[in-house]
Design a protein around this ligand. Structure first.
Ligand code: ZN
Length: 281
């Protein structure tokens, strides 16, 4: 299933995309794509509904973030060896993790704000992992039973805030609108191998990132296990698993950064595409 949320910010309704690409309204069945709905039993209940019996959504509604009730968005740093190289950093012996403030999460095609004083706002296409069943001290063998599905995340990053303003990375990752998430969550049963997905990001029509999740250093299975040793992962939490090479910071001879009016288009095979325009905050 492709599950999504549509409508104006703060009043999104749950929906799904049917086999013909039509958005259908699930609000007669569930309140939102969140919490218990993401548990195996909740998803099974939705899967049992014939989409043809759901009302089709008229027009072309705004899409919100594809899941709600995200208590935390945990991001993995330097998780593609070739991206680590372009950043001039070593692949870490254990995953680097940092938090993106959940207030940064927006819909897949919402406007992205360039923060005030920013001169180094950058893009990062990433595979997002949506947690279903709570994961606490899970083994690698059991880890995938805690994944509800996958989505596209743009882990937008302000490199100076991230690296030159003291402390760790959260500051450069958390500005409002720095977490476009969606267009939809594809349930895990439809993504048999999350480590074989092509991914790309274009800025103003130029393809900067062109990667595949197979070059991830720490894969989804390991990351869910690993993170669950430090904190419990709850339904609706999102792990953003790192970005392949081709970010603006790595462009030679000079970095390329986002400015008002720039457009981004990014996607992952089978998980859909996002499109954003940048404005000044
Ligand atoms: Zn990232």
């Amino acid at each position: 299933m492709k599950l999504l949320r549509f409508g104006e910010p703060g009043s999104e309704r749950p929906g799904l995309v049917d086999a013909q690409g039509v958005v259908r309204d699930l609000s007669g069945h569930v309140d939102d794509i969140a919490g218990d709905v993401l548990l195996p039993a909740g998803l099974a209940k939705l899967a049992a509904i014939d989409p043809a019996n759901l009302p089709a959504v008229e027009g072309n509604p705004r899409l919100g973030p594809c899941v709600a009730g995200t208590g935390k968005m945990i991001c993995i740093g330097l998780n593609y060896s070739d991206h680590a190289a372009e950043s001039g950093m070593e692949v870490p012996p254990e995953p680097i993790i940092f938090m993106k403030a959940t207030s940064a999460i927006v819909g897949p095609n919402d406007t992205v704000e360039i923060p005030r004083t920013s001169t180094a706002t950058d893009w990062e296409v990433e595979l997002g992992v949506v947690i279903g069943a709570t994961a606490k001290y899970v083994s690698e063998a059991d880890a995938m039973n805690h994944v509800a599905g996958y989505c596209v995340v743009n882990d937008i990053s302000e490199r100076d805030f991230q690296a030159k303003r003291s402390g760790q990375w959260t500051k450069g990752k958390s500005s409002d609108t720095f977490g476009p998430t969606g267009p939809w969550m594809v349930t895990a049963d439809e993504v048999p191998d999350p480590q074989a997905l092509d991914m790309f990001c274009e800025v103003n029509g130029h393809r900067y990132q062109d990667g595949n999740t197979r070059t991830m250093v720490y894969g989804v299975r390991f990351l869910v296990h690993y993170l669950s040793q430090f904190m419990s992962l709850q339904p609706g939490d999102i792990i953003s698993t790192g970005t392949p090479p081709g970010v603006g910071m790595g462009v030679k001879p000079e970095p390329v950064y986002l400015k008002p009016g720039d457009t981004m288009r990014l996607g992952i095979a089978g998980l859909g595409e996002q499109q954003q325009t940048c404005v000044a905050a």
